[in-house]
Design a protein around this ligand. Structure first.
Ligand SMILES: [Zn+2]
Length: 415
């Protein structure tokens, strides 16, 4: 515990030795043994989705300093000191383009570029702790040199504004995956949610060209967020194994953002990897039911915030009420999160599971999974369920490293 306090006081990099800080003991949460600690440290631990860059751009979040774990302004699940402490090998930071940017020409692409620039600037500001990476070889080298590898994933296919040149530009600037949609569908791919009345259908002929171009470039085709029909259309056209960067199992919690068992089997057949999303609303059916009840309770307040005479004040009241109601929902047990790893390993196979936390992009996380430093608990929980050390290493990131070496390290020259 003394070490924890010391680390909290010191600047980034002072705790560069990974996983030397013991995690607090919590009821219902696995206590990390020396064996789990060793397995974790020997692993390539790779998280395929983290939204900290949105906090950096929108909330003036200073990633250089340590923050308390949480969801409010000034709190977070990630920062450079905790990335170092976590001992993780590689983090994909998300260049997320929100749906409204798609309304005006030029804005989605520009927004994606702003993220890419901010992520590069973050890495450049921390040369002793972070290393920018675009390949599996880079990730291996970063681990060898004691740095956390940072990669870029673009979230929302509308970022390319229907242009393969736009896609190539993002690739050239270092992006190594793109989700074909976010919650909004676009002109060529349908989303699982279809916000703002956007498309939920399959891939158009141009959408197939996007997948082919990603294959040619050596960029991971990410099927998180897409509709079921776009999912299967993309699998039919891709010549490379796919990524599912942050989705969990629908058999445990039936939401469109999670994958059905048929989808899990299809990813396994393709050779891809499904990375488990930690968001309580995606992993936990009990939490989801309670959160949906809160949504229903707030329907009238939401209308007032949208159209009422004093909508600005109503929005502030709505947010406060929503926060207090949501805070009353009991947190998701850690074991429910582990159930998703277990289920995907059983249905798709242990070679097709990984970590896709969605840290800093969600409003609730399971008990014991408050921030990036808690990741060693996953190693312990999987060992506790009887997985071999080799299998645990695969799920922590070995599978992703294999996928990355198959897709990212085999690139075609740009035209
Ligand atoms: Zn997402």
């Amino acid at each position: 515990m003394r070490r924890l306090a010391l680390c909290a006081l010191l600047a980034a990099g002072a705790c560069a030795r990974p996983s030397t800080v013991p995690l607090p003991i919590m009821p219902g949460v696995p206590t990390v043994s020396e064996r789990a600690e060793r397995v974790y440290r020997e692993s390539f631990v790779i998280d395929t989705h983290n939204d900290m860059p949105t906090k950096m751009l929108d909330d003036a979040y200073d990633a250089s300093i340590r923050h308390p774990a949480g969801f409010g302004p000034g709190e977070g699940n990630t920062d450079v000191p905790r990335l170092v402490q976590s001992g993780m090998t590689a983090e994909f930071l998300s260049a997320w383009v929100d749906a409204p940017y798609a309304r005006r020409r030029g804005e989605s692409f520009e927004r994606a570029i702003r993220y890419v620039t901010a992520i590069h600037a973050l890495v450049d500001a921390h040369p002793d702790q972070l290393r920018f990476a675009t390949t599996a070889a880079d990730v291996r080298a970063a681990k060898r040199d004691g740095k956390v590898a940072i990669l870029i994933g673009v979230e929302g296919g509308h970022a390319i504004e229907n242009s393969l040149d736009g896609l190539r530009e993002l690739y050239a600037r270092g992006a190594r995956y793109m989700t074909l949609t976010w919650n909004n569908g676009n002109a060529w791919a349908g989303s699982s949610v279809g916000v703002d009345g956007s498309r939920k259908g399959g891939l158009t002929p141009f959408g197939r060209d996007v997948v082919r171009e990603m294959n040619r470039l050596g960029m991971l085709v990410d099927l998180s967020h897409v509709s079921d029909s776009t999912f299967f259309d993309a699998l039919a056209v891709t010549t490379a194994p796919v990524l599912v960067s942050h989705s969990s199992a629908r058999a445990i919690n039936d939401v469109p953002r999670n994958l059905s068992d048929a989808q899990l089997r299809a990813v396994a057949k393709n050779g891809g990897v499904v990375n488990v999303n930690f968001y309580s609303r995606f992993v936990d059916p009990v939490y989801r039911a309670r959160a949906e009840a809160v949504d229903r309770e707030l329907a009238a307040d939401r209308r007032a915030a949208r159209t009422g005479p004093d909508s600005a004040a109503a929005r502030v009241r709505l947010a406060a009420r929503r926060d207090s109601l949501m805070a009353r929902i009991p947190p998701t047990p850690f074991s429910v999160l582990v159930d998703h790893f277990d289920h995907i390993a059983k249905v798709a196979g242990v070679d097709h599971v990984g970590i896709g936390s969605d840290f800093d992009g969600v409003t609730a996380l399971p008990n014991g999974m408050e921030d990036v430093t808690a990741l060693p608990r996953i190693a312990q929980a999987l060992l506790d369920r009887g997985y071999s050390e080799e299998d645990v290493k695969k799920m922590l990131g070995g599978n992703m490293l294999r996928l990355m070496s198959e897709v990212l390290d085999r690139t075609a020259p740009l035209p």
